[in-house]
Every structure is written in C-alpha cells, then in structure tokens.
Design a protein around this ligand. Sequence first.
Ligand SMILES: Nc1nc2c(ncn2[C@@H]2O[C@H](COP(=O)(O)OP(=O)(O)OP(=O)(O)O)[C@@H](O)[C@H]2O)c(=O)[nH]1
Ligand SMILES: [Mg+2]
Length: 188
Amino acid sequence: MLTDFLRLVKGFVLFIGPSEAGKTSILRRLVTGKFEEHEPTLGFREENIAKVRVLEIGGQETFRKYWKDALEQKPVKVFFVIDIAKDLDLQDYYQFVQNYPTISKRTVLTANKFDLIKNVPEAINSIESAIICSAKENDGMFDILESIASMRSKAESKRPQISKSEENKSESIENKTESIIKEFQDKF
Ligand SMILES: Nc1nc2c(ncn2[C@@H]2O[C@H](COP(=O)(O)OP(=O)(O)OP(=O)(O)O)[C@@H](O)[C@H]2O)c(=O)[nH]1
Ligand SMILES: [Mg+2]
C-alpha cells in the first residue's frame, strides 16, 4: 500500500527515526505553530510543508519495514529524528548510516528534545549537518523549515519553466527560499 502510494509521489521528504523521538510533534509544529500531544504514528502520515510533500513513517518496530520501501523510492531528503537525551536513538542513527551509506549523504540528523538536556553530547555536536531542536520549546524549527524549503527551490530550479516573467527570471534560489519562509513566519 505504501509502495503503491509512493510510486505515484515524485519528490518527497522523509521523516523517520525511533518511536517517540518527536517526528509528528515537529511536523505539526511546522504546520500549526503549536505543540500538542499525539498518538504514535501507526503506519505513515503525510504533511505539506512549504509546498513540499513530507512523509512520516512511525518508528515502532512493526513499521520499520516501511522505511525501506520509502527509501527505495528515493526521497529527496531524509530527516532522521532522534531524542537527543537517548543514547540508544543515536546508535539507531549510526546503524541507519551504515545500512544506507548512499542515502546518508542526503540525511539530516535531527536531534529533538533539546529542552531535556543542558549540553549537546559531543558525538552529536561533531556531526556538522545535524540540527539540534525542540518541538516543545519551538527551537530549531526554522532550521528544519529552511532545509525543507531550500530543497524545493533546488528541485524547481532544475525544472524547465514554460513562461517566465523578467521578474521571475531574476529571482534567485535564495529569494525563493526567503519567500517560502515568509509564508511561515507567523508560526515562529
Ligand atoms: N520534552 C519534549 N518532549 C517532546 C518533544 N517533542 C516531542 N515530545 C514528546 O515526545 C512524545 C513522542 O512524540 P511524537 O511526535 O509522537 O513522536 P514520533 O517520533 O512521531 O513517534 P512515532 O510516531 O511513534 O514514531 C510525545 O509525548 C511528545 O509530546 C520535545 O521537543 N521536547
Ligand atoms: Mg509520529
């Protein structure tokens, strides 16, 4: 079912990672600007963020087989969300990177629940592309949004455009990213 769905979807961003790390909380924060309690994701769910299709797959053991299905459909970017306070979650990330060395280049380690700790563990600090965030405290949400939005701009810039006004022609990728972010500004 998920595979059939994904075959129809071109260009999506994937949110995966251990259960309870906060994937749904981050995505709902980005969409609604609010932090609320959620049921665990029993399967997968979809959001539209900055006009990008974002798919979350639940982290419970029974749903992890779907991660593979989704990864085979080549997501443009993967956000691997972990609970920053749980060493086991970080081990999960290392395992993922080992299992999917190619995809790991397009993967952003997203260390959530920063509000629970005082100092970022050195192992996470040393990962340059990692995003440290807290869906609860609304920290780092802008970084995630920017990362999703810039991905859309890049994808668009590769597409041939049929009719372009002079104004559009001069619009740089940075400007596009900025305009997408403006849509979301009231949420932060
Ligand atoms: N302290 C704290 N708790 C958080 C944060 N983000 C999420 N939570 C809590 O963590 C629990 C799990 O959050 P979810 O967003 O459902 O986690 P998930 O990664 O979507 O989990 P699955 O769907 O089962 O894979 C909930 O009780 C949230 O309220 C955060 O930034 N800080
Ligand atoms: Mg979830």
